[in-house]
Design a binder for this molecule. Structure first.
Ligand code: HAM
Length: 413
């Protein structure tokens, strides 16, 4: 038996139905915020991803040499690709450019619950404006994506990397050490650095302090003021401290972030609880351009897991009619109805296995059909159809026009 590759999944018909519904919700929310969809290639030159993060990132990539010995990598995310696309073909477009994308991404990770090697990201990039209001728009969109999906329990954590950066600079920490400290903050292993720095207690205070206390711990408070401005703007979106928390330990894993960053956690998911992450970043310089950009990516699969844990049904496929012809004579009459239903855009299927009525009805029930339509000698003679409601078992007889009208009322795409 040939198994699936590690870290990949087979998506069943019912999974795909829910996924498509979720995708629709996210797509609609982004359109609603004025964002337009784009798509970049599934693979890129490896250099696109190593340029900023260094060659060590290759370990986390699905990277290989193609037949012409080119270094190629499956995309681990979209952001670098979107900036490449921007630099190559979108630079002249009016700003702000508001873009979103959806597709599979690949990371050579150790698979576990909620962590895959092939997973889907739904993300956005906002290119152009470098204002606190643009940060707020970015965060608010992520928040509304979650709200519109029906997810109830999630925590939005907001930070500004400039605050930590200022603190470390004022403590004369060499720039090379900053990443290591961020990493320790992210992994909650700051105490392991204990003998190297004498400000760790103060750093601990900063990480848990409110906006006012932050100002007491650093001299240059520009980043705190910027963050405050973002929070004030979020209020205009109807968001307040009940919807987010300021958490300076949100440092993000990727190397390109600089200003306001945020993450959304669904605690119910345990270790792999981060369902969305993003913020203000700098990648344009790889292409020799200086442009502000902010975005986020939703872990599509993880968010669906969180919805499942909350028992929120985004959608279950409930096709409308199952046609059961009884006997050869009823076939052409049944196919005529089938064609009309399909032309009317009503989901209609027909029994193909020539089973008994009982078995055909049992199938219609298992497949969640709303109605079965029985067509035999009597129906043919009377020019009518017997319509069985699969929920309560009630049967009524309808003429074709009445049937189409009735089914149209129950059609849900
Ligand atoms: P990221 O935090 O690396 O950010 O990924 C975004 C989301 O993808 C995570 O929050 C998580 O839900 C999901 N995710 C990451 N790795 C896996 C995995 N192995 N299995 C399942 N889900 C996973 C980015 O990728 C940035 N490009 C986001 C961004 C866009 N920043 C600015 N613009």
């Amino acid at each position: 038996m040939i198994e699936r590759p590690r870290g990949t999944r087979d998506l069943l018909p019912e999974d795909m139905y829910t996924r498509n519904k979720f995708e629709e919700i996210l797509r609609r929310t982004c359109n609603n915020f004025g964002y337009q969809e784009i798509l970049t290639p599934t693979y890129e030159h490896t250099k696109l991803f190593t340029e900023r993060s260094g060659p060590s990132i290759v370990e986390d990539l699905y990277a290989f040499k193609d037949k012409s010995e080119r270094d190629i990598a499956l995309r681990p995310e979209f952001t670098a690709s979107v900036m490449r696309m921007y630099a190559q073909g979108l630079r002249e477009r009016p700003k702000p450019l508001k873009l979103f994308y959806f597709g599979p991404t690949f990371r050579y990770e150790r698979p576990q619950a909620g962590r895959y090697r092939e997973f889907w990201q739904f993300g956005t990039e906002l290119i152009g404006p470098d204002t606190p209001r643009a940060d707020a728009e970015n965060i608010a969109l992520a928040h509304f994506c979650m709200l519109n999906s029906g997810l109830k329990e999630f925590t939005l954590k907001i930070s500004h990397l400039g605050i930590l950066e200022t603190f470390l600079k004022e403590k004369n920490v060499p720039p090379d050490d900053v990443r290591e400290i961020y990493h320790a903050i992210d992994k909650e292993t700051l105490e392991e650095l204990d003998n190297r720095y004498d400000f760790l207690d103060e750093l601990g205070t900063l990480l848990t302090s409110d906006m006012d206390t932050m100002k007491d711990l650093i001299e240059n408070t520009n980043s705190v003021d910027h963050l405050q401005c973002v929070l004030n703007t979020l209020e205009l979106y109807g968001m307040n401290e009940k919807n987010y928390k300021v958490d300076l330990s949100t440092v993000r894993g990727l190397d390109y972030y600089k200003g306001v960053v945020f993450e959304i956690d669904a605690e119910k998911l345990g270790a792999e609880r981060q369902i969305c992450g993003g913020g203000d970043y700098c990648l344009g310089d790889i292409f020799g351009i200086d442009i502000s950009s902010k975005g986020f990516a939703i872990g599509f699969d993880r968010t669906l897991l969180a919805l499942e844990k909350e028992k929120t049904d985004i959608g279950i496929w409930r096709p409308t009619c199952y046609l059961i012809p009884i006997g050869e004579d009823a076939l052409s009459y049944t196919y005529e109805l089938l064609a009309t239903l399909r032309t009317e855009d009503i989901t209609a299927d027909i029994e193909l296995m020539e089973r008994s009525i009982g078995k055909a009805l049992a199938y219609a029930d298992r497949m969640n059909f709303k109605y079965s339509i029985l067509i035999g000698e009597t129906e043919l003679k009377e020019g009518s159809f017997t319509v069985k409601n699969m929920k309560d078992g009630e049967q009524i007889t309808l003429k074709k026009d009445e049937l189409i009208e009735e089914m149209n009322k129950h059609e849900s795409k």
